[in-house]
Ligand binder design. Structure first.
Ligand SMILES: Cc1cc2nc3c(=O)[nH]c(=O)nc-3n(C[C@H](O)[C@H](O)[C@H](O)COP(=O)(O)O)c2cc1C
Length: 197
């Protein structure tokens, strides 16, 4: 969950997302809400030359964050659009995984929203580019929710049936890619490029 401010609109989308993803047999879901992860602004000792055999972390919460990300086989990002991109708190959380490369060779799916018509589409475009550098595999299909403040009925159901359909497509893709890449990783991985020079 990539926004943390009080009264965030993320909480209009999150219960629906958790319910739908949790209902699928393919997933053992863990919600990582950045409100619960007080990560410091990035302060890791990057070891791009690979000299250190083990990553060292700036603080215990960063270490715990890296271990938690390492446990995942796939990631579903929930993000609003901030200044034609995604929130800085989410970028910091992605960068905080830099030392362990725990996102590597795993799929990333995106659910985005905004208060206006943009529906978070520019957040997803930018997040996809950032995901590539973390060696995540960004998925093509997305869920985009415009006018988030009126997009869900009081019972939590989306007003637009297309929103529901796009989430099911996204979850189908995420399940397939999570299993496919887990199998591929089990067969062995090439080291990150900076360790192969
Ligand atoms: C700092 C900031 C920048 C924003 N920039 C955009 C933007 O570029 N495009 C857009 O459609 N909405 C923008 N919005 C509106 C957000 O989409 C809307 O406030 C949304 O509810 C934010 O998600 P949150 O409530 O979960 O924090 C911005 C909001 C904030 C707080």
């Amino acid at each position: 969950v990539g926004s943390t401010r009080p009264q965030r609109n993320a909480d209009r989308v999150l219960p629906w997302l958790v319910e739908r993803a949790g209902a699928r047999d393919e997933f053992d879901l863990e919600v990582l809400d950045l409100r619960d992860w007080p990560l410091p602004m990035f302060a890791e000792l990057s070891s791009l030359n690979g000299e250190r055999p083990e990553p060292g972390y700036s603080s215990p919460v960063v270490e715990r964050w890296n271990r938690t990300i390492a446990d995942g086989d796939g990631y579903l990002f929930l993000t609003p659009e901030y200044n034609h991109s995604f929130p800085g708190v989410l970028k910091n959380a992605i960068e905080s995984v830099f030392e362990s490369w725990a996102f590597r060779n795993k799929p990333a799916a995106f659910v985005a929203y905004s208060r206006g018509l943009a529906a978070g589409i520019r957040a997803v475009e930018q997040l996809s580019l950032v995901a590539i550098d973390a060696e995540l595999v960004p998925l093509r299909n997305t869920v985009l929710i415009a006018r988030v403040e009126s997009a869900f009925a009081p019972n939590g159901e989306p007003g637009d049936p297309g929103t529901e359909r796009s989430l099911q497509l996204l979850l189908d893709d995420l399940a397939w890619w999570s299993a496919a890449l887990r199998d591929a990783r089990d067969r062995g991985e090439v080291p990150p490029a900076h360790l192969r020079t």
